[in-house]
Ligand binder design. Structure first.
Ligand SMILES: NC(=O)c1ccc[n+]([C@@H]2O[C@H](COP(=O)([O-])OP(=O)(O)OC[C@H]3O[C@@H](n4cnc5c(N)ncnc54)[C@H](OP(=O)(O)O)[C@@H]3O)[C@@H](O)[C@H]2O)c1
Length: 326
């Protein structure tokens, strides 16, 4: 796929907002592998350019050909319950202002990265893009999901009125090396990995997990997601949103068993059913991404988990940063 992408990126100046984050760092790495000179890739950090400010958005898009908008405030279920206002405001305002600034700058292409959390709570599985507006999202991640979904309406409106080339992608839950392992804000996979690895390390014989374990999720390895985003940036120029996923559904209970096996945890797992499960089921229909720009996930869950565990063991013995929805 390297050569399919490379010619397109030649001579392009690319802005990757959130490019120092979990997904962003893989997108930047991939752009460099495609031959884009690091000097042509701008990665604004929030401490220098706060994209909630209009002037910083204008500065960020100046002289840019392509924008990949990944900057966001994101977190797992606990974070979503604690900071719904921040999640709504920051994600809406960053996306709205950056899109408008990019329009005024005549940016050639704008890639908005949304989220699976935008789907209605009871979407028929697998989630098809046509069902996106057929109901309210699961309550705990609704402010985050709706703020991001508003950017889809904006993308389509700007294409219609201004002929601006904005595309909109909907990645499922991501995981992989460099993920956020802070238990206050992490997603399900890093949270599980950390709990089991710590239990093994400390010789504990019980791990307590949130919910009933009956909810299901789908996971996409972060390098696959980065490849999907760059393929779409190059090959997809239509208003309809596109799911990015692996198409593989797994219950949280089965995922926990798999993580326990891969971390060599031998104790018990207890479910704290006073805590919420989040959305009951999640799994995307991935046919549109395959048809429109030939994207198909490559990394199997077991292999991706193994790589993530390896990375964590080598690099990461404490708590860190940040991370989308539950
Ligand atoms: N992780 C997932 O499972 C998942 C799933 C679906 C969709 N997504 C989407 O993928 C994108 C990346 O997610 P991620 O997990 O990689 O998140 P992340 O690691 O938290 O990275 C987000 C980045 O956004 C930047 N940012 C936040 N507020 C900002 C502000 N006010 N101004 C400028 N930059 C700001 C941060 O930059 P600094 O580091 O400089 O502060 C941070 O590095 C997001 O749009 C998210 O909604 C993620």
């Amino acid at each position: 796929m390297g050569s399919r992408l490379s010619a397109f990126w030649n001579h392009k100046r690319v802005l990757v907002t959130g490019g120092a984050g979990f997904l962003g760092s893989f997108v930047v790495e991939r752009l460099i592998r495609e031959g884009v000179a690091p000097a042509r890739i701008a990665v604004p950090r929030s401490r220098e350019m706060d994209l909630r400010n209009w002037a910083d958005c204008v500065k960020a898009v100046h002289g840019v050909d392509i924008v990949i908008h990944l900057a966001a405030r994101v977190g797992g279920i606990g974070f979503n319950r604690k900071f719904p206002g921040t999640l709504f405001y920051d994600n809406a305002i960053m996306g709205i202002q950056l899109t408008e600034a990019a329009r005024r700058e005549n940016v050639e292409k704008f890639v908005t990265v949304g989220t699976v959390c935008a789907y209605p709570k009871f979407t028929p599985v697998p989630f098809r893009e046509e069902d996106l507006w057929n109901g309210y999202p699961e309550e705990t991640n609704a402010p985050y999901g709706i703020a991001k979904k508003a950017l889809l309406a904006m993308a389509q409106a700007y294409r219609q009125q201004y002929d601006m080339n904005v595309i909109y992608l909907l990645p499922v839950n991501l995981y992989g090396p460099k993920d956020n392992f802070d238990l206050d804000s992490s997603h399900v996979i890093p949270a599980l990995l950390r709990r089991y690895l710590e239990a093994v390390h400390e010789g504990k014989d019980e791990v307590i997990l949130w919910g009933t374990g009956s909810a299901s999720r789908e996971f996409l390895y972060v390098e696959d997601a980065a490849e999907g985003i760059l393929l779409a940036a190059k090959e997809y120029d239509k208003p309809a949103p596109v799911n990015l996923g692996s198409g593989q559904e797994i219950t949280i209970k089965d995922l926990a068993s798999l993580v326990a096996e891969l971390t060599a945890y031998r104790g018990k797992t207890r479910w704290d059913t006073t805590k919420p499960d989040g959305q009951p089921r999640r799994c995307l229909d991935t046919t549109r991404a395959k048809k429109e720009f030939g994207f198909q996930a490559k990394v199997e869950l077991r292999e991706g988990l193994r790589k993530t565990i390896e990375w964590y063991k080598e690099a990461h013995h404490g708590a860190t940063g940040k991370s989308g929805c539950s």
